[in-house]
Write a protein that binds this ligand. Structure first.
Ligand code: SF4
Ligand code: SF4
Length: 546
């Protein structure tokens, strides 16, 4: 395969710093007294909380359900009591809090019953739904819900690429995973290939990981090709790895699925193995702790573990530490609060020291040297995007394919003027998204108003038509004469009562009292009887005297 590899443009060769954390096996973290599980850990809609303060939970119990299509579930990392469902610190560059479930451990770590998935015989859609309910999301950084990526949908997927490149400096969690759990990871790959219905499976690993390459190649079944790719940042970017392995370019503004290729991270494959073969939700992941710490390495870390505890597990920060980074130094961000927990997206915690992470020099004016463009793996013109982003001319920035920028940081890394280019690109993207959201909201409000106007107009019209019809009917009835007028049951009833009263009065006048008084109340009957008796007395007297 090596001779068939393709070389993407740009890229850089920063110092790897892999050896610091890759030398020792993955360590399990001890059970902690407390965990904090954010409900937003994936791309899309946050999970809907299923528990409240005071609830007892077991390890693996769902505590948040997938909400909407782009979403996935979250689970309790241990057994215990929910002590709060409230905003807590989360690992995010903004430093803002987000809704999370805080659990106090009971120390027993009791689990729900896990049921392995009969993945070979399950209906594909049922399999995907189970994967969604088990909370699987991409562990390579994007945290896109895995069940969606496993749905080939209308697109015809012919190739599965498994990303073991791990090109960011300092991070070694995938390296250790492949070295230690190659067979299990490849079982996860087999399930992915089955769900997607693909025949071609390529596992791309940078050639600075010879042990991982050897372990994966030894465990790979027939049909899975393990390929060493050159070490060059950002060779593990989805589009870059796709190009390196296949020579197929992902179109501007598109995804690799547009060209029939799906890409998954090795960590995601391993979590799929645990989900399918053991029935276990995504409860933990491997996280690298490195940099200025006493005992750097990789840790099997439960989701929800406070980063302060993870740091303690690595022996704590060495004296002189100047902060922490979540992720790698190229694409990561400064951590604002060590109380924030490990989420599905967290692959690395770097403790900074002033030598490897000196303060960023003050930026100087752009000299249009073009170094940024030469380093860009997405073939963009960063200095143009910078000018327009800085001038808030976002339309122009977008016309330079701003959204094809993968924020790899190569341009800023090589810029002799130390311009924080990626910060400008992130700012421009978020402004454009915000404006689009505002536009969408105002479009929706306008549509709602227009529909209300339409409904009122329609109701007015319907009323007018009804009146016109009634008037027409009345006119027709009047023209046809009273006989033709339709009988009004109420008027007929009144007429009958009146008629009966007149008849009774006439009979009374003739001296005949109606005897049928069944319908009259007893008091009235008695009065009528008395009147009749008096009348008969009078008549009898008159007759006797006469
Ligand atoms: S590398 Fe820096 S100075 Fe050179 S063109 Fe790009 S932004 Fe300007
Ligand atoms: S951050 Fe964006 S513009 Fe800069 S090199 Fe990477 S892809 Fe190109």
């Amino acid at each position: 395969m090596g001779d068939r590899l393709h070389t993407f443009n740009g890229g850089i060769h920063p110092e790897g710093h892999k050896a610091e954390s890759s030398a020792t096996p993955i360590r399990d973290m001890a059970l902690l007294p407390r965990y904090v599980v954010p409900l937003r850990q994936h791309i899309g809609t946050p999970a809907r909380p299923l528990v409240q303060a005071g609830d007892k939970v077991l390890r693996g119990q769902p505590i948040g359900a997938a909400e909407g299509y782009v979403s996935t579930a979250v689970h309790a990392p241990t057994s215990g009591t929910v002590i709060a469902v409230e905003p807590r610190a989360v690992p995010h560059p903004s430093g803002l809090f987000d809704l999370a479930v805080a659990i106090e451990s009971d120390g027993e770590d009791r689990a729900v019953d896990f049921t392995p998935l009969d993945w070979r015989n399950l209906d594909p859609s049922a399999l995907r739904n189970r994967i969604r309910d088990l909370g699987l999301a991409g562990l390579g950084g994007a945290v896109f819900p895995s069940y969606i990526k496993l749905n080939p949908g209308a697109q015809s997927i012919h190739t599965l690429i498994v990303n073991g490149a791990e090109c960011e400096p300092w991070i070694t969690c995938d390296d250790r995973l492949m070295r230690e759990r190659a067979a299990e990871t490849l079982q996860g790959v087999a399930i992915m290939a089955h769900a997607l219905g693909v025949k071609t499976v390529l596992v791309g690993i940078e050639d600075n990981k010879p042990e991982a390459l050897a372990a994966m190649a030894a465990a790979a079944p027939a049909g899975v090709e393990v390929v060493a790719v050159p070490t060059r940042y950002p060779g593990g970017g989805g589009k870059q790895l796709t190009y390196t392995l296949t020579g197929v370019e992902t179109p501007t503004g598109g995804r690799s699925t547009d060209v029939g290729i799906q890409v998954f991270n090795v960590g995601t494959a391993y979590s799929l193995y645990r989900a399918a073969m053991l029935g276990e939700p995504l409860l933990s992941r491997v996280v690298t702790v490195t940099g200025h710490v006493a005992r750097p390495g990789n840790f099997e870390t439960r989701i929800g573990t406070p980063l302060a505890d993870l740091l303690t597990a690595a022996g704590g920060a060495n004296p002189g530490a100047v902060g922490e980074i979540i992720g790698g130094p190229m694409m990561g961000f400064d951590l604002m609060d060590l109380a924030a927990p490990v989420t599905k997206a967290v692959n690395c915690l770097i403790v900074k020291d002033p030598v490897h992470f000196p303060p960023r020099p003050a930026p100087l004016p752009c000299i249009r040297c073009g170094a940024c463009a030469r380093s860009c793996p997405a073939d963009l013109q960063p200095f143009e995007m910078y000018w327009f982003s800085r001038a808030k001319d976002f339309g122009k920035a977008q016309s330079y394919n701003l959204f094809d920028c993968i924020e790899c940081g190569c341009c800023a890394y090589v810029c002799p003027s130390h311009i924080p280019l990626v910060d400008f690109f992130r700012f421009a993207k978020s402004e454009i998204w915000e404006r689009e959201q505002e536009k969408r909201a105002s479009d929706q409000a306008r549509q709602r108003h227009e529909f209300k106007e339409f409904r009122l107009e329609r109701e007015k019209q319907e009323k007018a038509e009804k009146f016109a019809k009634a008037a027409e009917k009345q006119k027709e009835a009047a023209a046809a004469g009273p006989a033709a007028a339709p009988a009004d049951p109420e008027a007929e009833k009144k007429k009958a009562i009146l008629q009966a009263a007149l008849e009774r009065a006439a009979k009374a006048k003739e001296g005949v009292t109606p005897k049928n008084t069944d319908h009259l109340p007893p008091r009235v009957e008695r009065e009528i009887a008395e009147i009749d008796a008096r009348r008969e007395q009078v008549v009898g007297k008159e007759g006797g005297e006469g």
